[in-house]
Design a binder for this molecule. Sequence first.
Ligand code: NAP
Ligand code: FE
Length: 372
Amino acid sequence: MSQIFYVPTKVFSGSGCVVQHAAAFGTLGRRALVVTGRRSAVASGALGDVKEALAAQGITCEVFDGIPPNPGFTEVREAAALARETGADFIVAIGGGSPLDAAKAVAVLATNDLSDDEVLDPLLARAPLPRPPLPVAAIPTTAGTGSEVTPYSILTNDKLQTKSSLSHESLFPKLAFLDARYTGSLPRQVTVNTALDALSHLVEGTLAKRGTVLSGSLAAQGLSQLAPGLRFLTEHETPTAEVRERLLLASCVAGLVIAHTGTTAVHGLGYSLTYFKNIDHGRANALTLGVYLEAMEKGNRENVESILRARGLADVRAFRTLVDALLGPREHLTADEVTRFAALAIRTRNIGNTPTPPDVEEIQRWYAESLP
Ligand code: NAP
Ligand code: FE
């Protein structure tokens, strides 16, 4: 069967890359809207660098800093209105996955009049958007989602009480800047949770039905890159500059993987944990990752072995021990929550992309065992 590999994002990496490659912003337009969270852009130092780079190119800029974690349509529509008012011709997204994902939806709604339902309609992904979205330059300040190289925007969907994915080929950021100095201000818990998100992307990407030869080799490379970083985090409180660089690169590689493979059951189960229990996205995935890998082992031994090999681990039990060390004490779900969350998870598209898809009883077992 034929396969496609497509990532149209120009990725700059290395310390100081935003200012050094300021000219790249000039290719996107003359007026920018920076879309970011409440503190991360300033705390990380990224906003200072972006302002310097834009000023050097004579580009004017407005800042929208109202994107919360797990953003929804309210904030996205506010930012899109500002983009229209100020006549922005491109967006600079600074932050973790939340501002990066929000910025992609802002880019769509700045140029298109669409309802929330129309934005999230899977049919939207299959045809050109009515009008092209504004181009996006993405600057991650967490090392986990890889959103800087994916065409996905994950938005909180209150109507369906879950997180829903907007996916469109035109939403790949045009530019991405990876500077690990920006992750230096992260609290430990966010560093750990986001690293676990990258791990989930690489594990799920290796197993996903939609996996290809190229995504598989990237995933193996990403796992080898990530493994020493994760081990370091189990042994030390604060990552060194070198470890942060490794985590940021691995997260981007994981993004390249899921841009092609999508995610599987683990992400499908994670959405309710975030929506109803307010558990951070990366942690929500990592909680069920061990049980999932064990369940996948029977039908997909070769792929599971390649994951363990790339991580330098003997068996699934060693994998679970390592993830446990990073997670610490686990949250608890009531029997009623297990039933309700499993009923929602089975309906996600992620289940169909799982190599050995679980039925609803198996999902209940995964939840109950993972959040005892
Ligand atoms: P996040 O929600 O973007 O950020 C978590 C917290 O970390 C926020 O409070 C944020 O502060 C803070 N923070 C970020 N960078 C910081 C820095 N350098 N220094 C200090 N604080 C910083 O977390 P995330 O895990 O990166 O993103 C999660 C979101 O991404 C979820 O919505 C998830 O669904 C989505 N996601 C998307 C993809 C994709 O392919 N598009 C893949 C996986 C996950 P502020 O509030 O100030 O920003
Ligand atoms: Fe994720």
